[in-house]
Design a protein around this ligand. Structure first.
Ligand code: DGJ
Length: 568
């Protein structure tokens, strides 16, 4: 009887333990998933944005400015959905969360986060505060109207500019306090990390002056450059700013001061909720830079990237806002901002048709994301930067490039993290010459030159890819480019001889390279397929005959190919 009771008791205990353990486990795994913070991983100079523990590719759209109110979100979501985006970049303004000093209101974020989560869309929150394109436009009135407590930049000639000085502790601490409240709100109210990244300020810097010339700034200019900076830049004998940096001293002081200011805000925010944080840049033209002040001085332009990296270690990445339309400049910008110490995230790019193809370049530079600007129907068009009108075609230009990778974006991001991806976008070309070619008026030399322009080579190791634009799917007609330029191709390597290939308005042909260059070769198998939700390859058919005789031809329809090559 006693034994029976004991056994029964033990059974009950066992069952109870099992129930408790099972429920604890499922609770834990749920919590485990939920608790995994997004982060930026860097390994061997390559980067991955980890979301839910796996590399994530940001296929974003950025809203227009002033879309940060619950009442207009229904003019944002339909465009983001048509775009096929997985992320929305959207502002949160200091003035809206702290309209009166010390009183906080997060009702906008309550709505935004709930609506994004419902749609399975992640958010990059843009903290519009001390700097929104150099000015404090989005700071609360109690900041903007108190020039004593929150001083503005003074030009060399004594004129006051509408750009806050980075040297005022009062301004930094007030901004920081609001930012910490924001991050506390996210910590306590966003367990799914729907907000996966935060951009700290927007295009910080100052126009019309290289730096602040207030007495406060003048005193700092004459003090020794902080050792943190000289050491970080490998400078042995520093002095004050002009002694250390000569002609660059004005700009470097402004950049350093802004970078430190932003770093201190980011650091305080991360201590509350450690999300990835970035800073975006009003670029200077890399080929025709002009003078600081003509471009936004103090922002993380290409000439001060190293300085920013030293000064702002809490900032995970520095992200270009691209509004150059020509291929050469865009390529150069992407080169400059994709570095072993900087993941390329195109935080903004114009939403007009020519920009869409630069998605291929961004991914080719192992970019972690891309965000065309102004992707909503709130009634604003930033033409001539972006498209003159906003309609479904504007969205579709970007949707069609996103469609090529959206179903396997996680795979792409994983392969990109391993350094096994390439991308190319169509160059601009000479329109007049194209016209003459189409009218059959071009000389053989011109034809050759045009063909060269529209032929790119990617080095894949044992293989090379030739990517060409604007030729029929059949035959070897020389490439003439598309009108307007729209093409691109993406390649990811599965092993030495096997690749995933997709593209738009382009032809991709693989041939032996390196040690096996010149050998006879063939496409062993080109499978058309797709990845299912579990990330498994699903076979549709084999491409052969016309589909492979003249290279792999892509038009508007999205195809994903798994291609095995061999020599014989
Ligand atoms: C770049 C800024 O970062 C955006 O907020 C916006 O002002 C565009 N320029 C212009 O529309």
């Amino acid at each position: 009887m006693a034994l029976h009771g004991l056994i029964n008791g033990a059974r009950v205990w066992l069952v109870l333990t099992l129930v408790v353990t099972v429920s604890a486990c499922s609770h834990q795994s749920l919590q485990g998933n939920q608790a995994e913070l997004p982060r930026l991983d860097t390994r061997d100079g390559r980067h991955a944005l980890m979301v839910d523990g796996e590399p994530f590719l940001i296929l974003a759209g950025q809203s227009n400015n002033s879309a940060n109110y619950p009442a207009v979100l229904d003019q944002v979501w339909p465009s983001i959905e048509k775009l096929g985006a997985n992320t929305l970049s959207i502002p949160v303004a200091w003035e809206q969360i702290e309209p009166r000093e010390g009183e906080f209101d997060f009702s906008y974020l309550d709505t935004l986060i709930a609506e994004a989560h419902e749609r399975d869309i992640r958010l990059v929150l843009l903290w519009f505060a001390t700097w929104k394109n150099n000015a404090p436009h989005y700071a609360p009135a109690w900041v903007k109207l108190d020039n004593e407590r929150f001083p503005r930049v003074i030009q060399r000639n004594g004129e006051t500019l509408n750009s806050l000085s980075p040297h005022a502790d009062t301004t930094r601490e007030a901004d920081k306090k609001a930012f910490v409240e924001l991050m506390t709100y996210l910590r306590d109210n966003d367990p799914n990390h729907t907000v996966m990244m935060v951009q700290v300020q927007n295009e910080p810097g100052t126009y019309r002056s290289v730096r602040d010339f207030s007495p406060m700034a003048e005193a700092i200019f004459e003090r020794p450059v902080p050792e943190q900076l000289t050491r970080g830049l490998g400078i042995e004998h520093g002095g004050n700013w002009p002694e250390t940096f000569g002609d660059d001293a004005d700009e470097f002081l402004h950049a350093y001061s802004i970078a430190r200011y932003i770093n201190s805000i980011a650091e305080a925010g991360k201590a509350v909720k450690n999300l990835p944080m970035n800073v975006n840049v009003a670029l200077r033209n890399p080929f025709y830079p002009g003078e600081p002040g003509q471009y936004s001085s103090g922002g993380a332009t290409d000439n001060v990237l190293d300085l920013w990296k030293v000064a702002a270690p809490a900032i995970d990445m520095i992200s270009p806002d691209i509004y150059f339309r020509d291929h050469r400049t865009v390529e150069r910008v992407m080169e400059l901002y994709s570095r072993p110490d900087n993941a390329l995230f195109v935080a903004e790019i114009g939403n007009d048709q020519p920009y869409a193809r630069y998605f291929f370049s961004a991914l080719g530079h192992q970019g972690i994301g891309f965000a065309p600007f102004g992707m909503d129907d709130t009634g604003y068009m930033n033409y001539p930067l972006g498209a003159p009108t906003f309609d479904d075609q504007v969205i579709e230009n970007f949707a069609q490039v996103y469609r090529l990778v959206a179903p396997w974006a996680r795979e792409w991001a994983r392969l990109s993290f391993e350094g096994k991806v390439w991308g190319a976008s169509e160059p601009g070309g000479d329109r007049e010459m194209s016209q003459r070619i189409w009218n059959a008026e071009a000389s053989p030399e011109e034809l050759e030159q045009q063909a060269e322009t529209f032929t790119q080579h990617l080095d894949l190791g044992r293989w090379q890819a030739e990517v060409t634009y604007g030729r029929p799917m059949f035959w070897i007609e020389p490439p003439e480019g598309n009108d307007p330029p729209s093409g691109g191709a993406l390649i990811a390597q599965l092993d030495d001889d096997e690749f995933l290939i997709t593209g738009l308005n382009s032809r991709v042909s693989l041939s032996p390279a390196g040690e096996q260059e010149g050998e006879r070769y063939m496409v062993v198998r080109a499978e058309e397929g797709y990845f299912n939700d579990a990330g498994e390859w699903q076979f549709i058919r084999v491409w052969n005959g016309d589909q492979t005789d003249w290279g792999l031809n892509f038009r508007e329809r999205p195809f994903l190919l798994r291609v095995r090559m061999a020599t014989y």
